[in-house]
Design a protein around this ligand. Sequence first.
Ligand SMILES: *Cc1c(COP(=O)(O)O)cnc(C)c1O
Length: 351
Amino acid sequence: MTDIQFLLRKNIRSLIPYSSARNEYKGSEAVFMDANESPYNDPYNRYPDPLQVQLKKRISVVKDVPSENIFLGNGSDEAIDLLIRAFCNPGTDNIIAIRPTYGMYKVCADINQVEYRESYLTREFQPDVDEMLGLADDASKLMFLCSPNNPTSNNLNRNSLLALVKNFKGLVIVDEAYADFSSAVSLSAELPLHPNLVILQTFSKAWGMAGIRLGMAFSSSQIIRVMNHIKYPYNVNILTQRTALEQLKNTEEKNKWVTLILQQRERLAAILSGMQLVQHIMPSDANFLMVKFNEPKKVFDYLISNKIIVRDRSKVPLCEGYLRITIGTSEENNMLVSALQEFEKKKNKGW
Ligand SMILES: *Cc1c(COP(=O)(O)O)cnc(C)c1O
């Protein structure tokens, strides 16, 4: 087990956090003359709750994670950045991660001038546990994993993840942005057993709220406290907090969307796998398909000329030749299929 305090950067360990007006007085029915807000233009005039108490209570019920183990941020990207800033001394400490994976971990490491050590996934797109642990030294503070992984779309083995959590001396961050689409159970039930485990989830994917910017981190209360100390005091604005509270009533609708997307994922995979121009489709536990084309660049450009935008991952190591296609509505998926059929036809005619 790891002593979280020992892992922290020294300046963060001794930090006296900013105490905002809304931190010091928490009631709601009062005459507020403490924060230099305007008395006009209700409700926009008031600063938001810095610790998002109401929203966390609701998320706590939906996710079955206690409020004190929840951090909320401006997307999960905020949590990624805060963890690096709290634990990694620029220029000396390092981070270990899988490759290929979500690009933000490396960008955040680079911005914070923290060395980023990568371990290739195996041929089955699984983490090489021994290699990852072998990359670690005394300056290794964080390890980033993503399950289901972006862009490979598969679940990482639970046992591999747990072996890393148990044997790595720093924090292990498991990004579960696509958990709602996955056949695997979240690692969140493991949180009480592993104070060095951090799970990231988001409202940007299954909940359909990428535009309001709201991400979650679940972890031990020690780690959550540190993140709350170093975040911007009012990192989640009132519009986002209100909208999320409202939308969280619609878990049934969210589940319906997930079901539709999963149906469409299977349908689209079946159609695409029967097409000449498709070489392979990776098994997906997410809301996207990794599709290998004979001529990825030509397909990508042809789709753009038809105003269908997919993500070109064909130059990513281990994903050579693949385009990443997000599952749309059945109509949108049909448009994609028609465009690909059109491309195939032109190809066969030698155009
Ligand atoms: C989309 C995505 C996110 C979401 O980030 P937000 O900042 O919450 O929108 C996080 N991690 C991965 C791997 C993603 O693909």
